[in-house]
Structures are given as structure tokens and as C-alpha cells.
Ligand binder design. Structure first.
Ligand SMILES: *Cc1c(COP(=O)(O)O)cnc(C)c1O
Length: 234
């Protein structure tokens, strides 16, 4: 993809983000665009940086580690924020803490404990989101909404973790309106947690196909890949 098309795509996404936010009576600045760069190469990431994007999401640890190592010297002048958006296996937690500013996919006490221990080793407070599973698809990860308060209470005692909010991934629908109930439910789960005394501000929800609906329902972070970089090869 050439720089011109990439720029057009990014402008177009920002315009759609603004419109969706305004429809919901929200400020567009409340919504952070995370450019999902899985299967996108370093050259393209550099172009996106050049255009002005600073938040990037990766879903596989090894792929992210390789890219970040290759990019390191070229991007040290930029304040780049790397988001881990995919499922995290416990044995990869150390690398995740080393490379990512925000881990979106914490879904168990055991995983939280391992991240906490690794963050302590790195002398870092690790920012995390709790991934909530609101559908009954087997393939999706995430904690049940009924166990959220329990998980948040346990994490509150972990000194090296900072929970910023919640993340979810609804089933895929051709019609984005079908995803709306899931986004609304995540917002309600967050509000319930706030009522129970937890400070959670972020809602990471919405992808290329449905980010506008997610914003109307309160998303503060949208994770967009295909609509920026085009279809991913296999
Ligand atoms: C791939 C991926 C996205 C982006 O998907 P697109 O449809 O390409 O925008 C968002 N979130 C997660 C967790 C992903 O794995």
C-alpha cells in the first residue's frame, strides 16, 4: 500500500471516529485509535508513524518481539505505545511485560499474578485491561462478567499492576448493529464495577467492522487493522 492510500484510510477513520463520537454527544478526543499491525510489516508501521499514529496493537508475542527489535533504533525518537490485544499465554508473560505498555487481555487471577511478578522484576507498573467474554463462543477468551468483581478485588492487592479498564471482542457480524448489545453490556459491566468502588475508565472495544457502534456505546479505545492497512494476507 502506498503512503497516499494509507493517509487517506487514516484520515477517513479519524473522520468516522469524530462523527460517531459526536452522534453520541461525546468528544472525539475521548477515543484513542489503536492501529492493529498484526501481519503488517515494519516498513508499513514506519509509514503509519510518519503519518502520525502512535498507538499500535499486536496480537502475537513472538511476531511483536521480532518487529519491535527490528524497529527499535528507528523509532526511539517517537513516543510509541504498544498494545497487546491478543490472548496471552502464561509462559509469554515476561516478554509481554518487557515490550507492551498496555496488555488488553488479562482474564484470570493466575495470569494477573504472573504479570505482576514479572512487572516487579522489571521495576515497572504494568497497565492492563481485563478481557471480558460476553458471548458463549468457545473460541473467545475472557473472564465471565460474574467473576469481574472477584478478579478486580484480587488485582487490587497486586502492587505492580494498574487496571485501566475492560476489553471485549463480540462475535463477528456482517451487520455491526448486531454487536451493539455486547458493547452496551461491557459499558454496563464497567459502570457496575465503578459502583463497587473500582476506578476503571477505559473501554477497549470495536474493530474495523464495528468501531462506530462501539464508540456510540462508549468505547475509549478502538482496535482497527483492516480498515487502515487493508486485508491481511494469510
Ligand atoms: C485483529 C484484531 C483486531 C483488528 O481487526 P480488524 O478487523 O482488522 O480491524 C482488533 N482486536 C483484536 C483482538 C484483533 O485480534
Amino acid at each position: 500500500m502506498d503512503e497516499k492510500l494509507l493517509l487517506d484510510n487514516i484520515k477517513n477513520i479519524y473522520r468516522r471516529i469524530s462523527h460517531a463520537a459526536m452522534r453520541a454527544g461525546r468528544s472525539p478526543e475521548e477515543v484513542r485509535l489503536i492501529a492493529v499491525t498484526k501481519k503488517v510489516d515494519e516498513k508499513m508501521i514506519l509509514k503509519a508513524l510518519d503519518i502520525g499514529l502512535r498507538d499500535f496493537g499486536e496480537n502475537r508475542i513472538q511476531e511483536a518481539k521480532d518487529k519491535l527489535s527490528n524497529l527499535k533504533s528507528q523509532i526511539s525518537d517517537y513516543k510509541v505505545i504498544w498494545h497487546l490485544i491478543g490472548h496471552l499465554q502464561k509462559n509469554k508473560a515476561k516478554t509481554a511485560v518487557e515490550f507492551f505498555e498496555l496488555i488488553h487481555s488479562v482474564d484470570s487471577i493466575e495470569l494477573a499474578e504472573i504479570i505482576d511478578r514479572n512487572a516487579e522484576k522489571f521495576g515497572k507498573i504494568q497497565n492492563i485491561l481485563i478481557q471480558v467474554k460476553l458471548s458463549d463462543e468457545d473460541a473467545k477468551h475472557g473472564i465471565s462478567k460474574h467473576n469481574i468483581i472477584g478478579l478486580l478485588s484480587r488485582i487490587a492487592n497486586m502492587e505492580n499492576l494498574h487496571v485501566l479498564g475492560l476489553m471485549t471482542m463480540p462475535p463477528y457480524f456482517d451487520n455491526p448493529e448486531m454487536a451493539r448489545p455486547y458493547f452496551k453490556e461491557l459499558r454496563e459491566v464497567r459502570d457496575f464495577a465503578i459502583k463497587n468502588g473500582f476506578t476503571l475508565s477505559e473501554l477497549s472495544m470495536g474493530m474495523s467492522n464495528d468501531f462506530e457502534v462501539a464508540i456510540e456505546e462508549g468505547a475509549t479505545m478502538v482496535r482497527v487493522g483492516t480498515a487502515i492497512f487493508g486485508e491481511r494476507g494469510l
